[in-house]
Write a protein that binds this ligand. Structure first.
Ligand SMILES: Nc1ncnc2c1ncn2[C@@H]1O[C@H](COP(=O)(O)OP(=O)(O)OP(=O)(O)O)[C@@H](O)[C@H]1O
Ligand SMILES: Cc1cn([C@H]2C[C@H](O)[C@@H](COP(=O)(O)O)O2)c(=O)[nH]c1=O
Length: 197
């Protein structure tokens, strides 16, 4: 079973993901961007304010393809539980916002990015969305790079809402404005239900 954690920068995904290690010691915990050389290229692109938007999308997509074939698919084939801190929805939400704000002439960036993934990717079985306002998210994240900005994250949040509207059964929304303890407890509750289903 593939469970993904999604949300804005600073929404608390990593805090939750780390807490879950003790609850599911046999699960595979993974994340995107990965720590492979593809992921290192992604990190360089994220740090570059002048990165080409399409090149950045394809670097992130290459990292995802490698993550899927080398890590996620084998674990799922073994019948394991995989919990990923970010996955394909991050591309749909973030890079659609980047493309929409760029000079690249793609009419429906979110649908375009989904289309690229449809050919090879594997959708999550369920996605826990840590819901937080853009300003609070940027503040928590520290506003240290081009993504951790109020306006950009507001556009990303709108894209997440579109994704949730399109697949309400896959997403479980969790209020990420509560204390870390309350958010972790709620995610644990949701996960227990998902894993028992
Ligand atoms: N529920 C919460 N309330 C207040 N602060 C929180 C909460 N959860 C996490 N934080 C703090 O917010 C910051 C970002 O948390 P975290 O790294 O878990 O978020 P993230 O979603 O993984 O962010 P990013 O996507 O930027 O890596 C950290 O300083 C963390 O301690
Ligand atoms: C997978 C993925 C990530 N991003 C962005 C979102 C964050 O700003 C950074 C790094 O992620 P982290 O959770 O802070 O480690 O990358 C993105 O724009 N698109 C993606 O597909």
């Amino acid at each position: 079973m593939l469970i993904t954690l999604e949300g804005l920068d600073g929404s608390g995904k990593t805090t939750v993901w780390e807490a879950l290690h003790d609850v599911y010691p046999d699960a595979m915990f993974t994340r995107e961007p990965t720590d492979s050389w593809y992921g290192e290229a992604v990190d360089r692109s994220i740090a570059a304010d002048d990165a080409d938007p399409l090149a950045e999308l394809f670097l992130l997509t290459a990292d995802h393809a490698d993550h899927l074939s080398g890590t996620i698919a084998p674990a799922l084939a073994d019948g394991g539980l995989v919990i990923s801190d970010r996955y394909s929805d991050s591309r749909f939400a973030y890079q659609a916002a980047t493309l929409a704000a760029s000079d690249v002439e793609i009419d429906r960036p979110l649908e375009y990015i989904k289309g690229i993934h449809a050919a090879f990717s594997r959708p999550p079985d369920a996605t826990i969305y840590l819901d937080l306002g853009a300003r609070e998210a940027a503040e928590r994240a520290g506003r240290t790079n081009k993504f951790e900005q109020d306006g950009y994250l507001a556009a990303v949040r709108e894209n997440y809402e579109r994704l949730i509207d399109a697949e309400p059964d896959r997403f479980v929304r969790v209020d990420a404005s509560r204390s870390p303890e309350a958010v972790i407890a709620r995610v644990e509750e949701v996960l227990a239900e998902l894993v028992d289903e």
